[in-house]
Ligand binder design. Sequence first.
Ligand SMILES: [Cu+2]
Length: 124
Amino acid sequence: MMVTPNLSDLPSGAHAFHIYEHPNRGAGIKGSKKAARLMAGSHYNPTKVEHGQGMTYGQGMKSRGHLPDNITGADITATKGIMTDKVKVTPVKGRAIMVHRHGNNEAGKPKGGGARFASGVILK
Ligand SMILES: [Cu+2]
């Protein structure tokens, strides 16, 4: 599947770009703090595999919702496509696509980019 973002007004730098379970953009409570877009649930991961420990994105990450590359806001827009063979189109229709505040982090205990910065719904 090829994911082709068409995003503008991004802060500069890398941003993790992931598929989430639910299209709900509502905030929620994480720990004792309000967190944006928490109602989108967790990363889309239908077979409940563990995140790869110490693997580099693009070298076999297991959580299917993790797209293999960051998008970059270096030029304020992000339009470079991301190719993945981990996800098929039909099962992710109607799910959320999330842009994180920071880039993917697979070192040790992956957190996947920090705060949820922006989101949308996969329509086709
Ligand atoms: Cu994520």
